[in-house]
Design a binder for this molecule. Sequence first.
Ligand SMILES: [Zn+2]
Length: 437
Amino acid sequence: MPAAELVIEARWTLPVAPENLVLDGHAVVIGGGRILDLLPATAARARYANLPRKLLPDHALLPGFVNAHTHAAMTLLRGYADDRALATWLADDIWPAERRWLSAEFVEDGARLAAVEMIRGGTTCFADMYFFPGATANVAAETGLRAVVGMVVVEFASAWADTPHDYLQRGLAIRDAYRGHRRVSFGFAPHAPYTVSDATLAQVRVLADELEAPVFMHVHETAEEVAVMGDALRPLARLDGLGLIGPQFVAVHAVHLTPAEIGLLGQRGASVAHCPESNLKLASGVCPVAALRQAGVNVAIGTDGAASNNDLDLLAETRTASLVAKGFSGDPTALPAATALRMATLDGARALGLEATIGSIEPGKAADLIAVSLSAPATQPVHNALSQVVYAASRDQVTDVWVEGTPLLAAGILQTADLAAITERAREWAVRIHGHR
Ligand SMILES: [Zn+2]
């Protein structure tokens, strides 16, 4: 066991496992990037008397948020085209912009902007799907975030790759370069049923099985997508026929589902990455979260890209998920605060195959932690710290963030990224893009 290095004493600790537990006056002891102990603060002061102590007297300490689906670099297209439906938004706005602007530089600058936004909002791990995945991986490595980087594949050529084979080979080469990295791992990211062929999906399935990697894919996002082939062959049935739907599969969005499809996802042990704000903004519909959870489907939460959300605020997304699930089902118990918090942390980790490493405050897990100050008037008085975090706090109240025990945000100050330089680059991109519109 690594040596203890730091005692974090918070007013409230929300371990997430077990769900709904709020510990008062506890301490988390970390060392070697791991959580070593969770015990009453009084006991910690005696047992770890000589260690430095981080005091969080008005704060809730919880596991960092897991953003189960995003396109980090698309922060540079935040607000570029709003108030459209998915199909026209992609065809008329996003794909042309990407054809014009996509480069390693674009992805690196966009992913850096995403990284600082996510760190400041308490996200410690994200699953990404975008072109130039190596640039996103580099940004995660450099900023200290944990990431599951998607090896993206589509049938059409882009600045990143020409053919599906080329996409996969380039993705795998980056994965090889990162082998053994403690925070950066890889999954397969076939974009969607309407952009990836059966032959490519069959290859993805073989590779994912061999490498035991997660596969994340937009599926059943809009009614239009599902209706293309009529009831004869709906996308999920097609993917299941190719053997893709299993415990490694993350169905991103999963809005338009029949009861039989909900049952299938449950039987196969698949996960869903629920992105309620993107679905609402594009008017795609509402994911049936309560029914999915009842069917045994693991449901995680994602923001989707900032071009369709328009932020990467996983705390707000979690609140939206809870409220929408209640309103949609007519049942106020459909998604309680503790369950929503679990979806934003441990269930996200499970979707990405990381549940043994992150997602809860338990000895042995990585010290991926965040502190949320509840001292502001908007979060007073505190009857229940967990409810307060989910239903009342904003991401601006995140004061401290650790990943593998390394501080990425300390008392509100970024530790691993140059905020001014990153913001300046984003401004430059707006000038460049607007000069050519
Ligand atoms: Zn997406």
